[in-house]
Design a protein around this ligand. Sequence first.
Ligand code: 2RA
Length: 351
Amino acid sequence: RKPTLAVVGATGAVGTVMLDILSGRPDVWGEIRLIASARSAGKLLRVRGEDVAVVALTPEAFDGVDVAMFDVPDEVSAEWAPVAASRGAVVVDNSGAFRMDPDVPLVVPECNPEQVAARPKGIISNPNCTTLSMMAALGALHRVYGLTELVVASYQAVSGAGVVGPERLYDEIEAIAGNRTLGTVAGDVRKTVPDVVDSPFPAPLALNVVPAAGSYKGDGWFSEELKVRNESRKILGIPDLKVSATCVRVPVVTTHSLAVHATFAGPVTLADARAVLEAAPTVVVLDDPENGVFPTPADVVGTDPTYVGRIRQALDFPNTLDMFVCGDNLRKGAALNTAEIAELVAKEFTS
Ligand code: 2RA
């Protein structure tokens, strides 16, 4: 039989992309039930070409649900994912609530699909979009060369912060529009955009970059940087992987980019590594820098692959590749990977 799917958080930034993705993928689902907070109940949302009324998040909303995808804040998942699981649904959770729980697998289908079956709590986690945006490429290289060290700098889009992120960036762009002297005097952009106390970001994004993503966790680290370290280790199954990340918010609406410095167990030749990446089914190599060919977020947004370019043998590090990776943070970085995990679970009902 075709399993029943619930989408919890159907009205959010990731939920909206999820409905679009579910409408375009091979249809493995019976009923698709849309669940959101009580204030959105009754709202009609379009999925698979039909209007579906949103139902409020209650324990009974999970009755008859086989698989429940959660695209909600950590505290909502922490409370409600166990409720859904206790009522028999397999939960695929896109929050940070369970990712590092040893009894919850953290799955990227290109890297560790077999782990969907190891879910003693009935919960499977989807990684954070920053980690996820590079995993298909790194997983392919790791399988061949053995990853030992990972140094990354991220260039994160504002939609990673939810629907408020793009709203804020567009407001700031509107406030600076037409002023052709801004960005020339310290603090002039900050004085021109709406007060940052009302922003989801701790500094202006327009004409700027902000080296602070997620919440501050002490000792100089932000949550996004610690997630890159912890989640990369768990997904790739390398508990002692050496990782250091600097996560930066940039004035891009959607699609995260990462400058990746990846070190392997032995020497890596450029031609071989490129062939490995080209052979990876969900990776697209865009790498002809002499002719201006490399991935940029504005050029790949709205698409599914992980794009890799600027692939270089690091000059002073024989075992190391440098590369630039772009992935749509709402699609592969969130909704698409969640849908792919859920489809792996759906096979259990149909096979
Ligand atoms: C961000 N990675 O970009 C986060 C979203 N989960 O803010």
